[in-house]
Design a protein around this ligand. Structure first.
Ligand SMILES: *Cc1c(COP(=O)(O)O)cnc(C)c1O
Ligand code: SF4
Length: 328
């Protein structure tokens, strides 16, 4: 039961040290025997997306926003991909047809509660400018769609995709946000940084999404370096994901406490903008659940005992400003 095809762009391959089998980028994109088989707790669709599929490629889980999987194609496949059941061979390796897209668009048109559409896949920036613009213009014609977002890895694996033509087109569809899938600090080459800058110069707010991966980015120093380089490239860290229990991903998965350790190592120790939100996408379709390191260590009467980033304890008079006792 073969799942993801192997595909790596020549550019991304050039970032990998061919003599180091433990190279972090190599581990993320080159298959190994470890991905064969189903480990305890794993499933093909752990997030229950298929249950929330309201039209071909359209996942409606939260009341006010939808996930529009516009293509099953990526230029580079990540071995831990949450949607490995839909991308590559399982997604016919190709884009959804016009008729399927019409069904998804008409669902959005007929659902006024949808104010935010997240175009993802696969990688939507593997589609032509024309096809992408067709989707964007159709969405923009829908009055209740306030916000459009694109989730992509193109600036990381195919930075030359971010052309002047593309950004000129995208800026006609504001407010448009782009979330970029980054994994490791070495991905922030001059080329990738320039690709992000071109998007930012088009007025597009950029966020990052990173999957926490064992032996790849699960050390505070590596994670911090990634977050710092993202900010320098004008990308605001958005989500850090616990690796979803998809089939054959056990070798990538850390414990949840590892993720909390990452956040603990960032919050207060560096720029607040450099701290993403650590989330678990709840198995069964519960959506994203944010986790935070424990900062409230208890109460003393109405006082709240707080632990700061350095481990020191402070008390806060949590009396809502009321029941004041005049002290003099
Ligand atoms: C992640 C996700 C979204 C967007 O979530 P935000 O927290 O708003 O970024 C929407 N729909 C689905 C199904 C998702 O998995
Ligand atoms: S770029 Fe995204 S959709 Fe494509 S293989 Fe990687 S994680 Fe999956």
């Amino acid at each position: 039961d073969c799942k993801l095809p192997l595909s790596i762009t020549p550019y991304y391959l050039s970032l990998i040290d061919p003599f180091n089998p433990e190279d972090p980028l190599r581990r993320a994109v080159v298959p190994t025997m470890a991905e064969i088989g189903l480990n305890p707790g794993e499933a093909d669709d752990p997030l229950g997306e298929d249950q929330h599929m309201v039209a071909p490629g359209l996942v409606h889980r939260y009341p006010d926003r939808v996930l529009f999987l516009a293509t099953g194609f990526c230029s580079t496949y990540c071995r831990y991909c949450t949607r490995s059941r839909l991308v590559g061979a399982h997604g016919n390796g190709h884009h959804y047809g016009r008729a399927d897209m019409e069904k998804a668009l008409s669902y959005i048109e007929n659902t006024p509660s949808v104010r935010d559409v997240l175009i993802s896949g696969g990688d939507p920036l593997t589609m032509s400018d024309e096809r992408l613009e067709w989707i964007l213009s159709r969405l923009r014609r829908i009055k209740h769609v306030e916000l459009v977002r694109i989730g992509t890895k193109a600036p990381v694996v195919l930075p030359q995709r971010i052309t002047a033509d593309l950004t000129r087109m995208l800026k006609r569809y504001h407010p448009l946000f782009v979330s970029i899938h980054f994994t490791h600090p070495t991905e922030l080459t001059a080329e990738a940084t320039r690709a992000c800058e071109r998007l930012a110069d088009a007025g597009i707010p950029l966020g990052s999404q990173t999957v926490l991966l064992k032996g790849i980015n699960d050390e505070v120093e590596v994670m911090k370096e990634l977050m710092h380089r993202l900010l320098k490239a004008r990308v605001r860290p958005y989500y850090l994901y616990q690796c979803d229990p998809i089939r054959g991903s056990a070798h990538f998965r850390t414990t949840v406490s590892k993720g909390l350790e990452m956040i603990q190592g960032l919050r207060g120790h560096t720029t607040g903008y450099a701290v993403p939100t650590f989330v678990i996408d709840a198995p069964g379709g519960g959506g994203k659940v944010a986790l935070y390191p424990e900062t409230v260590i208890g109460r003393r009467g109405s006082e709240l005992l707080l632990r700061n980033y350095a481990g020191n304890v402070y008390s806060y008079p949590d009396n809502g400003g009321g029941q004041g006792v005049l002290l003099s």
